[in-house]
Design a protein. Structure first.
Lengths: 276, 276
């Protein structure tokens, strides 16, 4: 990827993705500054890098820190557990913004779109997608490892994507588990790992289910792209799933080599499916 | 309710509903015969009543037993954990039927519709809805107890019903939990009690969520109508929910008096919402 010269502000939520972005900046000598969200980002990501911590509701403070550190471009990476308004304790800056956009009425994607619009049009930052920094981490089309879905799995994948699109249009979740035509579970706020874990107990006899994970129709691509990693594969294997299917071109793969090796070892497939 | 004179065959799945139907038959001196599905129906329901047990896949045997016992009219009550084809071990009669309708391609409602059509048009039984036997157990419009939803709860209820209708069109689940506009959980195969239980850990600060449960659009009303009972209320209270909203006119209330008393004691609402 061609890196821009501007200092990158990394708005860091949960998971390993912020660390991968930091590594990519270091590998290309790109200047960066990490703004970690308290309670979401892993404290370990801040070790030895320029950083600050903020509450999710402290928008005024966050913007001040980013400007003081000369940040011009932003990337939002890693999940943030969405709080109720009460938990959020918005500062004056955030409260005005939430009142204007109608916090409660917006789903996750609607909220992220409003935040990005605000950061660009009102606050004057440029917001880029994580795939512009971690280009090789986007899922390609077709099987990623040695195993490929068979006919039953392909039927379950097609059914899964139909459900994902319908759920996505309601701005609910990104993932579903289907086994032999039975919908074992649907993701809402609990996250994909918790979804897979509960499907372990719901599984039926015979060929195992598939995890299908994909973007919402029209989803803002600069935040919250579907993500899978080696941990997803480990959870899928433990739950007796036969494979994982994701949106080709709009799913981020964390530690792709390790992810594929884990799937190959366990005999399950990981496949990118083109959007229809 | 006016009871028909014909002997009623009670096809019994899980939960308390089969017992309520047996009690209603006794109260009206209506002859009946219970056919319990092994692994689903509570063994206690068979005590002291004419009955037989069958595997779910043993369609030929089930039909023979019903005919030998002079059953003309059938009611299907209580949930059945839908197995994979392999677990089902269909007998010859069932295998032919499943091959004809395409078992794997059908959602729950599609499958139940096909079964009812087969029982009536091919096998010559009459299939009635449970509400024709337990008429007073159908949820009316409006609050059932002392408490009513406030403005925030009404918004969450409206959002919940929008999701239920969309999910229902995909023939997935019947229930969803919404808190302050956040979709905490969506029901698939795990059932409503498990949905409520996991939302306990997902709850946010502030006013609690609501359980919304409703029929699928165009749902076959003679099987699998949404059902709530005192156990639903206990689970909702334990999970910090503020209330339960159901489809007026097409939700079965188990032990209505006890259900309402439990909700009143806990200070939560139970409300029937007219279909829009």
């Amino acid at each position: 990827m061609v890196a821009s010269g501007a200092k990158l502000g990394i708005l860091a939520g949960a998971g390993e993705l912020p660390l991968r972005v930091i590594e990519a900046c270091r590998a290309t000598n790109r200047p960066f500054f990490v703004l970690g969200f308290e309670g979401s980002a892993d404290p370990a990501i801040a070790a030895g890098v320029p950083h600050a911590w903020v509450r999710l509701g402290a928008a005024g403070e966050a913007l001040r820190i980013l400007r003081e550190n000369g940040v011009a471009e932003l990337v939002m990476v890693g999940g943030v557990k969405r709080p109720s308004v009460l938990q959020l304790r918005p500062d004056w800056h955030a409260a005005k913004f939430f009142a204007r956009i109608g916090y409660r009425a917006l789903g996750d994607d609607g909220l992220l779109k409003a935040v990005i619009h605000e950061l660009e049009e009102v606050e004057g930052f440029r917001v880029v997608g994580v795939e512009s920094i971690l280009g090789s981490a986007v899922a390609p089309e077709g099987p990623l490892g040695r195993h490929a879905p068979d006919e039953q799995a392909r039927q379950d994948i097609a059914q899964g994507f139909r459900i994902i699109r319908a759920l996505g249009a309601l701005d609910i979740g990104q993932a579903v588990v289907v086994q032999q035509g039975l919908v074992l579970g649907v993701e809402a706020i609990e996250g994909t790992d918790a979804l897979i874990e509960r499907c372990r107990a719901l599984r039926r006899e015979g060929p195992g289910g598939v995890l299908v994970k994909g973007a919402k129709p029209g989803q803002e691509r600069r935040a919250d792209l579907p993500t899978i990693g080696p941990r997803t594969i480990a959870a899928a294997v433990a739950a007796g799933l036969r494979g994982v299917a994701v949106d080709a071109g709009s799913t981020i793969l964390i530690d792709r080599a390790e992810l594929v090796a884990a799937a190959d070892r366990a005999g399950i497939f990981v496949a990118g499916v083109p959007a229809t």
